[in-house]
Design a protein around this ligand. Structure first.
Ligand code: SF4
Length: 608
């Protein structure tokens, strides 16, 4: 098989057994790798009512066929499992150099089941894997863990993926960190890793995979790299933070816990960060776009610190009504250090501010004053969350857990299926509202960044084109296709900022694998992945009622470009279910749809 090692490393933490898990070529063709392949492998383990922290919940790291080749912007890997945060399908992706090192270790991924008795880490060096004692690492932050293991293992090119205290303390939105500040942040897979007492996975090696047409692949990669370089100016200059002012113009950046439509954007814009700090760019391995940034000479203690992305600046900034950039930077750093998802952490803290204002979370219950816009309070709450102390223990359960504990109105919980809504306001684009409501992992702005389409981006090969961003009728067909397309990125494992066309993606895949995949086939692979993930969540309890945008996120706001607007969710969802051929009564993909996608086994299991 070209482009693959054809196997995952199979690790049972309970028994300590380690062996190979073969991946037949037909399975690789059907799912490619990353999240799609992980969903296929995890499906047989999923049982109604299962405990995400049970040893039978697999944790899967996986890369796709592009990884290890000269194609730019493909150092991406996924982490998947049943989410401790939502109880449904969970996935997250990350960049850095870890994905390349994982493939160089000799595997297309790592499939982990069971639970270790005491803290361990997994070392996979050039095809040899070993579980080792990690007692000395337990309690260490994610940066220190990476540093210690690099020194201790002392192998060239070693990359470490690990959890911080967030994962150890089972914070529901703990993420998995690698290459300093790169994060597989969402759906709490760091907590799953913590529940398995797996502190880290350290990988490196020299294993390569053959590709079918090396000369063609090199030439295509060169051409694509040149296109990426010609488009990168804004991302290189500002990173994703460059979107803050645009987001504000379109009412797409939520503020004051989704209750306002405008805020003093000049105080937290990319320009403000540029003005306030010395910025240095960096990139994931093999990426010419370089969206990452470090802030130099931040303080006496922190000479270099990770610069916040747009989402992070959004949650700790306008969403919390905070316009102090220093506290936003420190909040981002703290989350990275201790391995918690910035989006869920920030939305949960903003919710605590909202509930305090509403009198639901009193000063007595919280044990402290929680007020809008207080950067010091944000930092204190983050510390309490990671330690699970005081009010932090409740906040560590996320917005839904906090609401349940306080008896708050569920319509004030800014989350879908338990995953907090990111920083693209569902009132700004109906396509994004529908994407959130139906996303395979809950409210997600990546497996379908439809706001980009509603604001002008098109994918002509798939007939995806923008029209009235506030209109509901006729949007579902394009949203579903766009979700399939973006899901594909996480199976082939390519950065979504690559903005490759479907034809380019298919040509690259064929040059790597020697297959004859068409752009239409790729869309079907994305659709298959979307549906198997949906089936997993269905088995775990998801039905149509879970495809719901809470009132706080769609009730009209008084100002800004979305003033008075609210997406027509009924129309959007009805059309979507028809397009997807999902059953309106149960929320499951219809049997014939699953069979059409080659998922006959899933169909029989789901509809028995
Ligand atoms: S654009 Fe950013 S996230 Fe994507 S590969 Fe490049 S550096 Fe990594």
């Amino acid at each position: 098989m070209f482009g693959y090692h054809g196997k995952l490393l199979n690790v049972n933490l309970t028994t300590g057994e380690i062996n190979d898990l073969p991946v037949p070529e037909q399975i690789a063709k059907d799912y490619l790798g990353g999240c799609g392949l992980s969903a296929h492998l995890i499906y047989p383990f999923v049982k109604a009512g299962m405990d995400p922290f049970g040893g039978d919940n697999p944790l899967v790291f996986a890369v796709g066929p592009y990884v290890g080749t000269p194609i730019p912007m493909v150092s991406r890997s996924s982490v998947c499992g049943v989410s401790p945060q939502t109880g449904y399908w969970g996935e997250a992706t990350t960049g850095g150099i870890f994905p390349f090192r994982l493939k160089a270790s000799g595997y297309d991924g790592i499939f982990i089941t069971g639970k270790a008795q005491k803290p361990v880490y997994l070392a996979v060096i050039d095809g040899k894997a070993e579980l080792r004692d990690a007692s000395h690492l337990w309690g260490k932050d994610s940066y220190a863990t990476q540093e210690i293991l690099k020194k201790e293992i002392n192998e060239r090119g070693l990359s470490v993926s690990c959890i911080g205290k967030g994962g150890e303390n089972l914070v529901k939105f703990a993420g998995v960190m690698n290459d300093e500040g790169r994060a597989a942040g969402r759906t709490g897979l760091g907590a799953l890793m913590g529940s398995k007492k797996l502190k880290a996975v350290a990988v490196t090696g020299t294993k390569t995979v053959p590709v079918a047409d090396e000369a063609k692949l090199r030439e295509m990669s060169r051409q694509i790299r040149e296109i990426m370089i010609s488009r990168r100016a804004s991302m290189m200059e500002y990173g994703t933070l460059g979107y803050m002012e645009t987001g504000h113009v379109f009412g797409d950046t939520p503020s004051r816990y989704f209750t306002r439509g405008a805020f003093p954007v000049h105080r937290v814009s990319a320009t403000a960060f540029r003005r306030n700090y010395t910025i240095e760019t960096y990139a994931c391995f093999g990426c010419p776009t370089m969206c990452g940034r470090h802030l130099k000479h931040f303080s006496k203690k922190l000479d270099s610190i990770d610069g916040p992305e747009y989402e992070t600046a959004g949650v700790f900034g306008p969403l919390s009504w905070n316009f102090d950039t220093d506290s936003i930077v420190l909040a981002n750093h703290f989350c990275n250090l201790h391995g918690i998802d910035t989006i869920s952490a920030g939305v949960t803290i903003a919710y605590a501010m909202y509930l305090s204002e509403q009198g639901v979370l009193t000063e007595k219950k919280a044990g402290m004053k929680i007020e809008w816009g207080d950067g010091k309070t944000i930092l204190k709450l983050l510390d309490l969350i990671v330690k699970r102390e005081g009010i932090g223990d409740l906040l560590a359960e996320g917005t839904l857990g906090l609401a349940r504990a306080l008896g708050a109105d569920p319509e004030t919980v800014a989350a879908v299926k338990g995953l907090e809504v990111p920083m693209h306001d569902p009132r700004s684009t109906t396509g994004m509202a529908l994407t959130y409501a139906t996303g395979s992992r809950g409210a997600c702005h990546l497996r379908g960044d439809y706001y980009t389409v509603d604001l002008g981006v098109r994918v002509p090969e798939y007939g995806i084109a923008p029209f009235d961003r506030f209109k509901a009728e006729g949007k579902a067909v394009m949203v579903a296709k766009h979700q399939n397309f973006k899901d594909l990125y996480d199976s082939i494992t390519m950065c979504k900022f690559a903005n490759a066309t479907p034809t380019q993606m298919a040509d690259l895949l064929n040059a790597v694998t020697g297959w004859s995949t068409t752009p239409a086939d790729l869309l079907t692979i994305g659709e298959r992945s979307m549906n198997i993930k949906r089936a997993i969540s269905n088995k775990l309890g998801v039905n149509r009622s879970h495809d719901h945008m809470p009132r706080i996120t769609i009730a009209p706001v008084p100002e800004g470009s979305t003033a008075g607007k609210s997406p027509d969710m009924d129309t959007l969802l009805k059309e979507y279910y028809e397009v997807r051929r999902w059953d309106w009564d149960t929320g499951k993909p219809k049997k014939e749809k699953l069979v059409e996608l080659g998922l006959a086994d899933v169909a029989s299991d789901l509809w028995q």
